[in-house]
Design a protein around this ligand. Sequence first.
Ligand code: FES
Length: 85
Amino acid sequence: MIVCHCHVVSDRDISSAIDDGVQEVCALASVCGAASDCGGCLPTVRQLLAERGCPPDLQVTVRTIRERLGLPPARTDRRAPVPAA
Ligand code: FES
């Protein structure tokens, strides 16, 4: 099942990343991009991590994920100004 449509990430991809040692949302986003764009998959990503015993990272948002990864604000993040191209 595709979990993140922005980056075409499946539940199997996420499970594989967890098997490889990923334990939190931001680390998962750095590995596969899930939850780093529109954020529509963030609740499911949190759920999949929690099901495997990882912390739920309830404070993490798309904005904080993108900041931690050094990415510009998401196009869909209307709270942040989008830099001119
Ligand atoms: S569906 Fe995952 S970031 Fe958009």
